[in-house]
Design a protein around this ligand. Structure first.
Ligand code: FAD
Ligand code: TPP
Length: 575
């Protein structure tokens, strides 16, 4: 029987599963695999400066391609650095395989140098997590890991000691792995009838759509058209829902719009489609609630349901559409579409830049980037206020994509995600909305842009503060500390890393700077110096958030007059 080195079988199995690149940082326990990767020439090693970047990049690649992506870390600290990024991948339900190298097998259990237990450490952020301790487990365990990541759309982790990777094993051809197939799940006929009955009976239906609406745009429009229902998007659903959509009334939630908020609160029936929108206070109190999700375990986990259906959004809507009455009364729809137009007008009024007025409004930066970015640009946004500006000002058109750490909520995601998106689509424009806190948290990987010739465009919202947290503190009525940032000269930093850099303070200079960055043939960074206290306030304020604000301020917040509120809040607190 043919014998091969385990690492060779491992790499052959990855190639047969369609893996094109692996993001990671090398280390001696990974050396055997690296050598086989080098010899194979079919897999590219994307060396990064921090393993967390590797995991975020793999997750972004998986998100924009829908296919398996891979990251790797050496034993102990090397693979522990993957964990936060893997949590993000797992919560976003993207297929990612993590290779966690392990210390020499004979040392396991002795408290050896760099010893950890990856098969335990990664349990919570994966659907499959196993140690390969014998050569005979390869390629089977690796294949199970790949199949699990693809079938369950999540993270799978394979831990392998460096010495096992270098041993000889009996060779067998890789099995035909599960490809990124999407079996269609449709509820039973009687469930579809029940759904139709509830919807036909309802007077004011509002749809809350999420990421599960991907690929179901036509059915969604048809359903909203028949039901005369406004469509509220959850943030991860934006890219799939908000284009060519006359029913769009924006987002709800803490960074959402009052139109989205009230469209849900005033509905007599809420139809949740492919969404796991997490915030309970934004659900209606006593409406009929229906949820469609292809993961049965997600039904009813955010709000009480009157009907829960396990099904794909596209298939479920396709089946129910012929049974739906064409509602005549469109007052509910019209009311919130109009409301949304008013909200948008208000938001656009905040996104202005008067020449000479410094610091700039971050909204203006977001709007200009939106206007100048490519039709099929891929955006990523850092957790913090960049998420707010992306949610409010980046126009989705069916071709653009929007990535963030939306479910896990980790800082420092945007630039690493841009790396993964750019590797997957070298020809597309990739733009990272980075916070100054977020960018500097994984700053080392700025160097990876040049090293791997990735023409990522980074827009830094430079406000010298952890603004989102400062805002949270103010909303909670506490004075706040620990949020100040002493920033470097980001342009000098970029230039020293071989990256085109331009700093903008005056709104008059912004358009020119963004065009220069976008036209530059390579990575580019725009440092936009923005106002730190722009308020991105919720459409409604809970009492515990309102401490420190007076009633006038609350009213002003609800009217979207953010600037006034922050001024008032500050003077209240100082007094
Ligand atoms: C700073 C910050 C602030 C935020 N503020 C807001 C906010 O104000 N408003 C807001 O909306 N979000 C906000 N978010 C994001 C929020 O935390 C959630 O990530 C988001 O609301 C979830 O969007 P979703 O429901 O579309 O995606 P997910 O949570 O990923 O849910 C998608 C659901 O669809 C299901 N599904 C997938 N495919 C299918 C299919 N084909 N058929 C059927 N079901 C399917 C999945 O099983 C899942 O249950 C914020 C995030 C951050 C970081
Ligand atoms: C890893 C991690 N640490 C801390 C937080 C808490 N947090 C959320 S947003 C934020 C501030 C982000 O600051 P920055 O990137 O500068 O963006 P800004 O809000 O200032 O625009 C912090 C500290 C987090 N979400 N993730």
């Amino acid at each position: 029987m043919t014998q091969k080195i385990v690492a060779e079988i491992f790499v052959e199995t990855l190639i047969s599963a369609g893996v094109k690149r692996i993001y990671g940082v090398v280390g001696d326990s990974l050396n055997g695999l690296l050598e086989e990767i080098r010899k194979s020439k079919n897999i590219e090693w994307i060396g990064v400066r921090h393993e967390e970047t590797a995991a975020f990049a793999a997750g972004a690649q998986a998100h924009v391609t829908g296919e398996l992506a891979v990251c790797a870390g050496s034993c102990g600290p090397g693979n522990m650095h993957l964990i936060n990024g893997l949590y993000d991948c797992h919560r976003s339900r993207v297929p990612v395989l993590a290779i966690a190298a392990q210390i020499p097998s004979e040392e396991i259990g002795s408290g050896y140098f760099q010893e950890t237990r990856p098969e335990q450490l990664f349990r919570d952020c994966s659907d499959y997590c196993e140690l390969i301790s014998q050569t005979t487990q390869v390629p089977r365990v690796l294949e199970i890991a790949i199949q699990t990541a693809l079938a369950k759309r999540g993270v799978a982790v394979v831990a392998i000691p460096g010495d096992v990777a270098l041993r000889k094993a009996t060779y067998r051809k890789p099995s035909a792995t599960v490809k990124a197939a999407r079996p269609v799940v449709q509820p039973a006929d009687d469930e579809i009838k029940e759904l139709a009955t509830l919807l036909n009976k309802a007077k004011n239906v509002t749809i809350l759509g999420g990421a599960g609406c991907a690929g179901a745009h036509a059915e969604l429009m048809d359903a909203a058209g028949k039901l005369k229902s406004p469509i509220v998007s959850a943030l991860r659903g934006r890219e799939h829902i908000q284009y060519s959509n006359p029913y769009d009334v924006g987002l709800t939630g803490l960074i959402g719009f009052s139109s989205g908020y009230h469209a849900i609160k005033e509905a007599d029936t809420l139809l949740m489609l492919g969404t796991d929108f997490p915030y309970p206070q934004f659900y209606p109190e006593d409406a009929t609630v229906i949820q469609v999700d292809h993961r049965g375990e997600h039904l009813g986990r955010r709000t009480r349901l009157d009907l829960g259906l396990i099904g794909d959004v596209k298939a479920t809507l396709g089946a129910v559409l012929p049974l739906l009455d064409d509602k005549k009364d469109d007052a509910h729809l019209k009311k919130f579409v109009h409301h949304y137009q008013e909200v948008r007008k208000g938001l656009n009024e905040l996104a202005v830049g008067q020449p000479g007025r410094k610091p700039m409004h971050p909204q203006y930066v977001a709007k200009i980037v939106d206007e100048l970015a490519a039709d099929d640009a891929i955006f990523s946004c850092d957790v913090g206020t960049p998420t707010v500006w992306a949610a409010r000002y980046l126009t989705m058109n069916g071709k653009r994509r929007l990535l963030g750490s939306f479910n896990h909520g980790s800082m420092a995601n945007a630039m690493p995600q841009a790396i993964g998106a750019q590797c997957a689509f070298p020809g597309r424009q990739v733009v990272s909305f980075s916070g100054d806190g977020g960018l500097t948290m994984l700053l080392g990987d700025l160097l990876s842009l040049r090293q791997h010739k990735l023409p990522v465009k980074i827009v830094v919202f430079s406000n010298s503060v952890l603004a989102f947290v400062e805002l949270e503190m103010k909303a909670a009525g506490i004075l706040g500390s620990g949020t100040e940032l002493v920033n470097p000269d980001f342009v000098a930093l970029a230039q020293s890393a071989g990256i085109f850099g331009v700093r903008v303070e005056d709104p008059a200079e912004l358009t020119k700077a963004v065009i220069a960055a976008f036209q530059h043939d390579g990575p580019a960074l725009v440092e936009a110096v923005v106002n730190r206290s722009e308020l991105s306030m919720p459409p409604t304020i809970k009492l515990d958030q309102a401490v420190g604000f007076n009633l006038w301020a609350l009213k002003a917040v609800l009217n979207g007059r953010g600037d006034e509120v922050i001024d008032l809040a500050v003077s209240n607190l100082i007094r």
